[in-house]
Design a protein around this ligand. Structure first.
Ligand code: PLP
Length: 436
């Protein structure tokens, strides 16, 4: 269980001050700054420990990169075994890379072949370039609220201020205007909004990219008709359908969310939980498309010094191997996720708090907005300040969750029923304090 929380954090503060002097903003990824706790020194199973020795029950899970639990022995042992053997040669291929691709082809419905990258952003960048090359078209459709990495083709319109939603909302300065304008924005669960973009730009849309459940704004569950409609529409209009399964892949089902909905995209991107915290990403898909990456006969550049690196491959093989050998991982995490969602919904109802609990499998999101929450438009009614207060209250009690309103939280393979119940008890206290 989490440790009792003290207010002072001398060691954490000292590390924060050192960090601020040499790292812009003191963190290595813009969304990592959350105030307190700031610096961490340990991680084990469902827990992380901060620099001042406080233990937190972790639902943040490194934005979803931790799937089995922190420092899962099955993964760490495989990585240790890989060290000291073949490190990086950078020419030819190694057996673990082949084995990983074979495994992906075996278990992911859309995968006929696979390339390995180092991160999810590299995977989506490669998939988009491939789609553009294959169609000879330039435009990409993404959804308001979807996040697919930091690169120029997709870095826009995730969580937008109300006046920027669906409009021009780049995540960063320094992106070419042409890159921003080549990515069109549609509304999730609204097939008409996608069809309209195809109509407005005939034969110019190369790809539609989506998180099959947009977890970067919590958990908007897709309707079956929407996903099937996207499949039919992209096929009819000659565009590539890309499922970005960087979060949903391996977490919700061994075959990804595509296995759950029974809809097969042309390309799928992976990352995060696939290697339980070790760096890796990948693109898989239809052979005829993927062959364009073939350095001898294709026309799409695939490059990366660390692609298919032995540590990432060993970690991914061990993670996927564990999931294959233990299908009860899914029954367990899904049951724990449901226990959390049901518990939170019951507490909110009992306290008369306007909230909607969403999620799938081990993922849960707490919206401070009335149901139904189906698309981004519904999220614009969310009371963000209430979530920030909820997050603060939970952190003070030793429960680590994503600090931004509209994000999701993760139950890993290391969480237990008792811990879910302890979380609900703390949530009851915090939510009671938020009553109007
Ligand atoms: N795709 C999705 C759905 C993501 O959530 C993320 C990261 O949050 C990415 C892609 C980018 O992955 P990475 O951070 O490994 O570059």
């Amino acid at each position: 269980m989490p440790s009792a929380q003290r207010r002072e954090a001398p060691r954490g503060q000292a590390i924060a001050e050192r960090a601020a002097r040499v790292i812009p903003g003191g963190v290595n990824s813009s969304t990592r700054y959350i105030g307190e706790p700031y610096a961490f020194t340990g991680a084990d199973g469902a827990y992380v420990t901060d620099a001042d020795g406080r233990r937190y029950l972790d639902y943040h899970a490194a934005f979803g990169a931790i799937l089995l639990g922190h420092n899962a022995p099955v993964v760490n042992d495989a990585v240790r075994a890989a060290l000291g053997g073949l490190d990086l040669v950078g020419i030819g291929v190694t057996e673990p890379e082949v084995e990983l691709a074979e495994r992906i082809v075996d278990i992911i419905p859309s995968a006929e072949s696979m390339i390995a990258t180092m991160s999810g952003s590299e995977a989506t960048a490669q998939a988009i370039r491939l789609a553009r090359a294959a169609t000879g078209r330039e435009l990409i459709v993404k959804f308001q609220g979807g996040f697919h990495g930091w690169h120029d083709a997709v870095a826009r319109n995730v969580i937008s201020a109300p006046d920027k939603a669906y409009g021009r909302d780049p995540l960063s300065e320094g992106i070419l205007a042409q890159a921003i304008d080549a990515t069109l924005i549609a509304e999730f669960n609204d097939l008409g909004s996608v069809a309209e973009l195809f109509d407005r730009h005939p034969e110019r849309v190369a790809a539609v990219i989506l998180e099959p459940i947009p977890h970067n704004v919590g958990a908007l569950l897709p309707t079956q008709e929407f996903v099937e409609g996207l499949r039919a529409l992209t096929r009819e209009r000659g565009a590539v359908l890309i499922f970005d399964e960087v979060i949903t892949g391996f977490r919700h089902a061994l075959g990804g969310y595509q296995q759950v909905v029974g809809v097969t995209p042309d390309l799928t991107t992976f990352g995060k939980g696939m290697a339980n915290g070790f760096p890796i990403g990948g693109v898989a898909g239809r052979r005829e498309l993927m062959e364009r990456f073939n350095g001898r006969t294709g026309d799409v550049l695939l490059a990366g010094t660390f692609n298919g690196n032995p540590v990432g491959c060993a970690a991914a093989l061990a993670t996927i191997g564990h999931l294959q050998a233990n299908p009860d991982f899914y029954t367990r995490t899904h049951a724990l996720g449901a226990r959390m969602r049901d518990g939170l919904a019951a507490i909110a109802a009992e306290l008369g708090i306007e909230a909607t609990v969403a999620g799938f499998g081990g993922v849960f999101a707490l919206y401070f907005a009335k149901a139904p929450v189906l698309g981004y438009r519904d999220l614009m009614r969310n009371n963000d300040a209430a979530y920030v207060a909820f997050h603060r209250g939970m952190t003070e009690r030793g429960f680590l969750m994503l600090p931004m309103a509209l994000k999701r939280n993760h139950v890993s393979g290391a969480h237990t029923e008792q811990e879910i119940d302890a979380t609900l008890e703390a949530a009851r206290e915090v939510l009671a304090g938020l009553r109007p």
